[in-house]
Design a binder for this molecule. Sequence first.
Ligand code: HEC
Length: 213
Amino acid sequence: MDSFEWNKVMGGVLGSVLLILVLRVGSEVLFEVEEPAKPGYEVEGVEEAAGAGGPAAPAVEKAPDWGTVLASASVDNGKTIAGRCAQCHDISKGGVNKIGPELYGVVGRPRASNPGFSYSSAMKAKEGNWTLDDLFHFLKSPASYVPGTKMSFAGIRGEKDRIDLIAYLRTESDSPVPIPAPLPAAAPEAAPAAAPAAGAAPAGEAAPKTPGQ
Ligand code: HEC
């Protein structure tokens, strides 16, 4: 063996030693698992809802009397609020689907009904139409109202802003849903004994929901 061949041999040995070292260091880096500081993951909006309103926070907020509030709602303010949706939604007539489905005429339309949009299974499983009440609850905290929705938006907490926004969404339609009749002026809770005289709903105290809405 001349020195040239020795060089080759030594080179080969050195090469494999290096390779082994590199592989070992590499695998240590690869398989070192860091413990997460906080296990699990957070869903935006859910925590917020739980923290804000005291013990009964996740309970469904009472929907407004649309027959009264829509008349005085500010569609202009609603349009401004809708700017927060624009990143993901086209609300104009003939609009396109973006990250979220187009929303022209969404008030009153069946949920998850845009054939060109791929909804989450959570949204598809939620049947029924987008009533004024539903939108009111959904837009407060989408992830609480439709757990598993892929609309990653924390929600709009302010009641007035939400009402204005829904008033605006309602006008963005070829045939806006009719404004329901205002609830009877006498608050049902004020006189529980006298209330059944109205005769509308024998179901008891939970009655004051606008039928068909
Ligand atoms: C970050 C993007 C994003 C923002 C911001 C956003 N959305 Fe959405 N929205 C989505 C996605 C995605 C869906 C589909 C949800 C699913 O399939 O679970 C959706 C679904 C909806 C639906 C149901 C539509 C249907 O056809 O059933 C309504 C209503 C809605 N959004 C209203 C709003 C409004 C109003 C705002 C603004 C206040 C808003 N969204 C802001 C992404 C967004």
